[in-house]
Design a protein around this ligand. Structure first.
Ligand SMILES: Nc1ncnc2c1ncn2[C@@H]1O[C@H](COP(=O)(O)OP(=O)(O)OP(=O)(O)O)[C@@H](O)[C@H]1O
Length: 276
């Protein structure tokens, strides 16, 4: 097993299997979730390929967070099944949770711990060897540019710092699949670049990243595979170039797929124009 020389984190098992032979990282069948009368997720079937940088995109309220929450075992579906690396998320939750890392939306952290203490705590919960934990903590703090803030309490972290420490916590145990809900929201370009670098290194080792976003340019530049979700249903999925098709950009393809027509009522705002 060769280590990634920059992070020191060993590659995931089976990552070197030739492409095409690996089963999907995530297999979803007939997934439904209703809140009251409203169906947030309406019968999704989806296979997300292993070893890829996968983007889950959709407009506000499309059902991205609800889907990711069910896929990662945080929210029980009304019906349907989810398998992650071949294990049923709801039948083998402990096994699955050992194999995945999750950066959820609105991440709740232990606010009264320092960033470093938080990673130590998470690593101990994951039963990592103390020497290995120390070494991984050091490296993650360093590559995510958090070394200078490692002794600061998490409550005093900025939005971008919280995303970065959350990402470090999600990566610490070297998961096979990493799920990120809007990882770049509220993150400045410097922190975004640090996050991006870590994620690219991680996928280079053969691991899978699944992340949700509505920033099409970001998805297009990062993801080699995308699924477009609108009104709780999958509208398109496949390699990014295929989903983009003839539209010229993922942004335009997305607008066509979700049926966006602009807002004809905009013409009514004839009072708007502060400079007049
Ligand atoms: N706990 C809840 N109770 C009631 N309705 C909910 C709940 N969670 C989500 N919804 C509804 O389900 C739908 C999908 O929400 P979800 O948060 O999954 O969308 P999203 O694609 O992540 O949106 P955004 O990009 O705005 O974060 C929305 O209509 C939302 O109002």
């Amino acid at each position: 097993m060769t280590e990634n020389t920059e992070t020191g984190i060993p590659p995931i098992p089976g990552a070197s299997t030739p492409e095409g032979e690996r089963p999907p990282a995530v297999r979803v069948r007939g997934l439904w979730k209703t809140f009251g009368e409203h169906a947030a997720v309406s019968g999704i079937d989806l296979d997300l390929p292993a070893g890829r940088f996968v983007g889950l995109v959709g407009p506000n309220g499309a059902g991205k967070t609800t889907t990711l929450s069910m896929v990662t075992g945080l929210l029980r579906p009304d019906s349907g099944t989810v398998e992650v690396v071949g294990r049923d998320v709801w039948r083998d939750p402990v096994d699955v949770k050992a194999r995945i890392g999750v950066l959820p939306e609105g991440l709740r952290l232990f606010e009264r711990l320092s960033g470093r203490e938080l990673l130590t705590y998470m690593g101990r919960m994951r039963a990592l060897d103390p020497v290995e934990l120390e070494s991984r903590t050091e490296q993650l703090l360093d590559v995510l540019d958090l070394s200078g803030a490692q002794h600061k309490l998490v409550v005093d972290y900025s939005t971008g710092m919280r995303k970065k420490i959350g990402l470090a916590a999600a990566l610490l145990h070297n998961p096979e699949v990493l799920f990120l809900d809007e990882p770049f929201e509220g993150v400045d370009p410097v922190s975004a670049q640090a996050i991006r670098g870590v994620l690219e290194r991680y996928t280079d080792s053969g691991a899978t990243v699944v992340f949700s976003s509505h920033v099409m340019e970001l998805v297009e530049s990062l993801c080699d595979w995308v699924a477009v979700l609108a009104a709780g249903r999958i509208r398109a999925h496949g390699p990014t170039a295929e989903v983009r098709g003839e539209a010229g950009s993922l942004h335009h393809a997305f607008l066509e797929l979700v049926g966006a027509r602009g807002n004809p009522d905009g013409a009514r705002l004839d009072w708007l124009g502060g400079a007049r």
